[in-house]
Design a protein around this ligand. Structure first.
Ligand code: 5MM
Length: 348
């Protein structure tokens, strides 16, 4: 069956459209406690639940953020927390007209039988968890799969690509049954020494498999958001490709692999530089804006939060300036999602 419509099809399509509304993108603040604590420790901030709450409050209450940020992906701990004045974070977001998202995978675990690859877990009991999140007010859910490139070891393997794509499709179908838009995130990691052509080849193979599996599991593409990595040189590559080449190869790869019916495409920043992430998105729109069949925008974590986290340092007196820094990245990425950003704005 290829034209399946879930019961909540209209609601799913409406949610997906709101997530990728013109000039806006989605903020990722769904770090699991382990990842969040690691980032706190690097900035001399105590790794406590209260500090994590304060930090998420700082970001979610940033004045004017809703002009550029349509919604945010939360972690299970965060979706149950509240601002200091007692307003739940869910209400904080709803009052600003933002869509509440939740990370529902339970992490990438070693793939048995593979030399260093991972498969994302979290399908057991997922239907019940999705039901609870929907009742709480969440309207989209994210699942991240990671694909490692290691040419010397022959990675990625077909087994890894297929296992992750299958899990993504199973989770996506469950999300749509529950009325939550799946934000499917197959991330090709930037780590290693491979060149951009290798990244392009792996990204293409991965996306073809993901959309094949989505089709087999009767997932309605109009109610799906793809969160993908860009086609980019690895961190350790000797001749890293420039902004225009990243933009061109990324758009060409997406056009070859992503059906036009999809609700939207958003990018993760994946360890790229903060300004680089904005420049890449902007170049895609400047150079190819008229060829894109789906909205194309951002869903960055580090590339929006980075400057704010570094400034905050866990100090109440730094909150206002840290919020200004988060807003600046959100605004610039909002402009980039329409091809209206320019590097001169950074120093203005
Ligand atoms: C926020 O980080 C998310 C993963 O967290 P865990 O590894 O702790 O589960 C991640 O999925 C994030 O949403 C995306 O990778 C985007 O973040 P970046 O920093 O790549 O833009």
């Amino acid at each position: 069956m290829s034209m399946y419509r879930p019961e909540k099809a209209d609601e799913l399509i409406k949610t997906a459209k709101a997530m990728v509304a013109p000039g806006k993108g989605v903020l990722a603040i769904d770090e699991s406690n382990g990842t969040c604590n690691k980032r706190f420790e690097a900035n001399g901030i105590d790794a406590t639940e209260e500090k994590r709450r304060q930090y998420r409050e700082l970001l979610l209450t940033t004045p004017d953020l809703e002009k550029y940020v349509s919604g945010a992906i939360l972690f299970d701990e965060t979706i149950r927390q509240s601002a200091a004045d007692g307003t739940s974070f869910i209400d904080v977001m709803h009052k600003r007209g933002q869509v509440v998202g939740i990370k529902v995978d339970t992490g990438a675990k070693p793939l048995a039988g593979s030399d260093g690859e991972k498969v994302t877990e979290g399908l057991d009991g997922l239907r019940e968890r999705l039901g609870e999140y929907y009742e709480m007010g969440a309207r989209f859910a994210k699942w991240r799969a990671v694909i490692t490139i290691d040419t010397a070891k022959g990675l990625p393997t077909r087994g890894c690509i297929e296992a992750n794509a299958h899990a993504l499709a199973r989770y996506a179908a469950l999300c749509q049954e529950a009325g939550l838009v799946p934000m499917i995130e197959p991330e090709v990691l930037i780590d290693g020494e491979h060149d951009i052509a290798t990244c392009e080849q792996v990204t293409e193979e991965g996306l073809v498999e993901v959309f094949d599996q989505l089709h087999r599991q009767n997932v309605m593409l109009e109610g799906v958001i793809l969160k993908t990595s860009m086609v980019i040189s690895s961190k350790g590559a000797s001749n890293r490709a420039g902004v225009d080449e990243v933009a061109d190869r990324t758009v060409e790869t997406l056009l070859r692999t992503v059906p036009a019916a999809l609700g939207g495409v958003v990018f993760l920043s994946g360890g790229q530089g903060v300004e680089e992430s904005t420049a890449h998105l902007n170049a895609m729109h400047k150079r190819h804006g008229d060829r894109l069949p789906w909205p194309l925008t951002f869903s960055y974590a580090r590339a929006i939060q980075g400057p704010a986290l570094e400034y905050w340092k866990g100090e109440p007196g730094n909150v206002e300036e840290a919020q200004k820094r988060a807003l600046k990245r959100a605004r610039f990425n909002g402009l980039a999602s329409q091809g209206e950003y320019s590097a001169d704005m950074e120093s203005a």
